[in-house]
Write a protein that binds this ligand. Sequence first.
Ligand SMILES: Cc1ncc(COP(=O)(O)O)c(C=O)c1O
Length: 364
Amino acid sequence: MNPNVKLARPEILTLQPYVYAAWDNRYERMHANENPWRAAGDTSELGLNLYPESPATALHTRLAELYGVQLNQVLAGRGSDEGIDLLIRSFCRAGQDSIVTCPPTFGFYRVAAEVQGAKVIEVPLIRSNTGFALDTENLLATCQSNPNIKLVFLCSPGNPPGNALNAENMLKVCRALNGRALVVVDEAYIEFTGRPSFTTVLADYPNLVVLRTLSKAYALAGARCGTTIADAEIIDVIARVIPPYAIPTSTVESVLKATTSQQREKIAQQIQTLISERNKLSDALKQCALIKHVFPSDANFLLVECVNADTVFNAAKAVGLVIRDQRKQPQCSQCLRITIGTPEQNERLLKGIQAAGKKPQVNA
Ligand SMILES: Cc1ncc(COP(=O)(O)O)c(C=O)c1O
């Protein structure tokens, strides 16, 4: 047995999961109180009048193949956001347990923890000009002194930092916490790094959980499909908590169409274009008077430190583009995050920032 299963909330481990209306294509359905006729405008293959397959075996089979893992090691959710939420709800007892985050980082870890009544302990990343790094010793010491830490979230590549974390340090954390806490490696941007996913080491680290999403590289943010990948016994725990029929038919059908081997080739080319655009924009921004520092990026965005963030933010707006304010993140004063767009959008943004840099600055 995976020794990390016992970290879950006891009431989840003893929960009798909801029994779905059985899915069996050999029969016509008169067991789920569905409408026998399709709704107007329903162009789906299955029919939106029917509940989707549950568990979503066709979808899970595709995701397992896409990510190179076993069928029983995946659980699809509405974005990886749902994976984060399920993990926290399954493993953290309200008012007792904690998660660890390493800011600057993705804001939803905190929100999901607060909704569940779990405490958030922060071990900040260490900032340098070559990016943000894990404070491994501090992280391990924090976990040693807090037995109620159940989940450690490591975002790599980080949002908003942009750079990937050192893999050896992350594995060190996994090893040290086995049996004590799950280490959740959020790989929302992994496709832009050229590095192997942590799914490749899953078999050696029973407390490792990997989050993947189709929202970024696969251009399916609107479909809402993220995947939690872990040892089958961990997946079995969080699958108890996901609501019935969680993944809509339209999502399943979009994912099956967008992840064929032919589509994957197109996506691979698009990723290369985005990487080359990212590198080009990064080089050009480094020459801009309004930009103090461009952080190295392994993702589809750039974190930039500005002389004055308001000026750059408004310069983007003046050319019809909105970028993301990151000034509330620790160690990110005057920082903005720029998503890599089409070549035309990137060029327009650059010109806007260059033009604003030539105007005399009025101090607010
Ligand atoms: C690091 C990280 N994790 C998870 C998510 C959530 O992605 P989704 O729910 O669309 O899969 C995001 C979205 O921006 C993100 O940046």
